[in-house]
Design a protein around this ligand. Structure first.
Ligand code: SAM
Ligand code: SF4
Length: 498
């Protein structure tokens, strides 16, 4: 059992620490003349974007490949959220240099947040880069590739107020055939002072809900059993049939101007969740990320009404101290956050999975303020968290106006304390699941043993059990018998069919 547990912990970290994960394209042979290889770094949104990019280039003569050596075009879909994410890309470009020297016609493009942040500077500093495209410029990629093939450097970092790629049917990459991501909105209007996202992904805009439902329905018809609705702040999802309004902020401004909007269709996040949940009872619905300032009881009650909306919420708190939260411009307080957690527990019960993001050592954070983060963690007991130390990002309000004055070794020590406490809480929370039966959607085989399957329960916890006659894509009721801080381990008691 020890070996399996180790293996399973690996699965958890590969999936869980999304920010450290790299995903690459798989081999696809539909007879197209050229090969595209994409490496995607960073968040789920980037992985979802790479599927849009693959779909756009498929229409223009490209199949994907899993080997950079075979590619005619290599894209790195980049992340800029912390400095180490960018350092990884610089290192990867050095490695690709030798490949390019061997294959002179090979084109290398940088996509995503780092491309948007550094723009033409990338072309100046990196001779091997031929194409730079920001997150709103992917429709232009066929043209940018053609331009680069003509020997020119090609750049498009235009940020749009409308682009949602609603009409693009993504090519599913790295697919297990069971779970898929659907982007429901793009950009962010929140302006947290530490964060580069509003500058690299532009203004918030919500995608047409009917195209989202259609995408989810098509996935279901192709055998998928779970969709995750993605946005930087899904709770501010808001769509109206008014042709000029693409976000909640614009809608509020129009109301203030006294415009009559009653004749337009309006869909908020709770409505959207319901629309997707109604597709089929055996299509699970997840979503990420929720924002503490915006998550409503209406969303929580919608989750309560539908068994197929998973009882799991990623609700990043960042800090447990009010002065730091204000400096971060998160626009909620510790008390507000704890009240939202109380509402989750009241409406969805103690079993609802809850996770967070935490930043250690933000500008001017004192030891006492750091301890407020630890005490908030004690009060909530998150199932797991993504934990970081603060990394100053050029151009953000914090970089312009605040001093990054907590020494690196202090940041690292505080982060370590946060990680240790989280591990303790994860184990405590998992121990509560032992002895109970959990419904698991099977996603794949355990990496080292084809004799074991793994999947997730509704609270997003990884569950591993002996395969017997069960298959990937089955819903299996599993009696959990033991656990680690990352994994529940048990045995199947039966298959569930709706
Ligand atoms: N939209 C989500 C929210 O508001 O919670 C988060 C999106 S961001 C891509 C993911 C996480 O990265 C953040 O929640 C934050 O914890 C972390 N992060 C963002 N900027 C950071 C920075 N400059 N230094 C360290 N961590 C950072
Ligand atoms: Fe960044 Fe804040 Fe927007 Fe999240 S809500 S993407 S942390 S600005």
């Amino acid at each position: 059992m020890k070996q399996i547990v180790k293996d399973i912990d690996l699965i958890q970290s590969a999936e869980g620490e999304a920010c450290e994960t790299v995903k690459t394209t798989q081999e696809q042979n539909t007879g197209k003349s050229r090969k595209l290889y994409i490496e995607s770094y960073g968040c789920q949104m980037n992985f979802s974007d790479s599927e849009i990019v693959a779909a756009i280039l498929q229409e223009h003569g490209f199949d994907t490949t899993s080997e950079a050596q075979k590619a005619d075009v290599i894209f790195l879909n980049t992340c800029a959220i912390r400095d180490n994410a960018e350092q990884r890309i610089w290192k990867r470009l050095r490695e690709l240099e030798s490949l390019k020297n061997k294959k002179p016609g090979l084109l290398v493009g940088l996509l995503g947040c780092m491309a948007e942040r550094l723009k033409t500077k990338l072309l100046e500093e990196e001779k091997i880069v031929d194409i730079v495209a920001g997150p709103d410029a992917y429709r232009d990629l066929p043209h940018l590739v053609a331009e680069a093939e003509d020997g020119n450097k090609a750049v498009n970092v235009f940020l749009s107020r409308e682009e949602t790629y609603a009409d693009i049917n993504p090519v599913r990459l790295n697919s297990n055939g069971v779970t898929a991501f659907i982007s429901i909105m793009r950009g962010c209007d929140n302006m947290c002072t530490f964060c580069v996202v509003p500058y690299t992904r532009g203004r918030e805009r919500s995608r047409n809900p009917h195209s989202i439902v259609q995408e989810a329905r098509t996935l279901y018809e192709r055998g998928y059993k779970e969709v995750t609705l993605l946005g930087q702040n899904v709770d501010s999802y808001f769509w109206t049939s008014h042709p000029q309004i693409t976000s909640l902020n614009e809608y509020r401004k129009a109301l203030k101007r006294g415009e009559d909007l009653s004749k337009y269709e309006q869909v908020n996040f709770a409505h959207l969740l319901e629309m997707v949940a109604q597709i089929a009872p055996d299509l699970r619905v997840r979503f990420s990320t929720s924002h503490p300032k915006d998550i409503t009881d209406e969303v929580l009650y919608t989750m309560q009404r539908y068994d197929n909306i998973c009882k799991y919420i990623h609700l990043p708190v960042q800090s447990g101290n009010n002065r730091i939260l204000e400096l971060m411009r998160r626009t909620y307080t510790r008390e507000w956050y704890l009240e939202r957690v109380a509402a989750i527990r009241r409406i969805l019960g103690n079993e609802c999975g809850l996770s967070s993001d935490m930043i250690a050592g933000f500008c001017s954070e004192t030891e006492e303020e750091h301890r407020d983060t630890l005490s908030l963690m004690e009060a909530v007991k998150f199932d797991f968290s993504y934990m970081f130390y603060y990394s100053e990002r050029p151009g953000t309000p914090a970089a312009k106006r605040l001093q990054d004055d907590v020494p690196l070794e202090v940041k690292k020590r505080r982060l370590q304390e946060i990680i240790e406490l989280q591990n303790k809480h994860s184990l405590e929370r998992n121990l509560m699941d032992v002895g109970k039966v959990h419904r698991v959607l099977v996603e794949g085989y355990s990496k080292r043993s084809k004799e074991h399957l793994f999947g997730r329960n509704t609270a997003n916890k990884v569950v591993v059990f002996p395969k017997e006659n069960y298959e990937i894509g089955d819903y299996v009721d599993v009696l959990v018998e033991e656990c680690t801080s990352a994994t529940l381990i048990g045995k199947a008691v039966g298959k569930w069919t709706p």
